[in-house]
Design a protein around this ligand. Sequence first.
Ligand SMILES: [Zn+2]
Length: 268
Amino acid sequence: MSKQDELNAIFKRIAGEHGKLTAKQVEFAIREIGRIRGEIADMLADYAGADGTIKRSRLMRLLRELETVEQSLRQYGTGVLHDIIEESAEFAVERANVAVEKIVGVTLVTASLNQNVLDYVASRFGDDGLVLSDRIWSTSGVIRDAIATQLRSDIIKGESVGTMVRNVRKVYDNQTWMIKRLVVTEGNTAYRTANAMSIERSEVADWVRIVENGSRHPRHHQHMCYKLAHEDRYNMGRGIFRPTDSEIYSPHPQCSSYIVPVLKSEYL
Ligand SMILES: [Zn+2]
């Protein structure tokens, strides 16, 4: 097995491990952002009368107070996403460093890399024309609206606070796919960006290869990662790009493709 083949195999394994990390990050984000469920339960208890229901006359004021819930959603969402981006970037760089050192005996340059990755991921415009903070705001707004709609209908029906708290939990559970999508997209973008940036600064490679991670998605062949992985832009081979070609950092939402250094001939 050539050194390049060995490195490819290790990077494939690391990408699989990052997939497991992503699954944990999704759970973490849903739990952290879900702290608003407790805040809403406290708020409902404050508004309830002795009979355990909330008077219709208090509905408007309660809905206005959901403004603070939306602020919490944004605050928790922003904190969680930043933690996840840093964690994925660190994971990428540490593992890549160990792999490259093992195979070619050279360490990667990692100083200030995390901050650069965070800056890139936070300021990147997605296909939706939005940056990360816009995406967190719009997700928070959607979750808030869904909860407001449920509370309005429960109060009008005269439901008990206990029922309302359970219904808020159900509404939140129905919206967590949006949080999952955010985490999977941004964590993987951080992972690829960190790899590309660390390779760009290292002496071992001038080129990288994007590897599409396969997918059971029925239209996977239409995914941008698939197209990039099969494109021979520089006559260097399929999927080979400059580490600065940022379209390989985030080919499409929820993409789990990964980036491998193409070793210079002197390291082969
Ligand atoms: Zn993809």
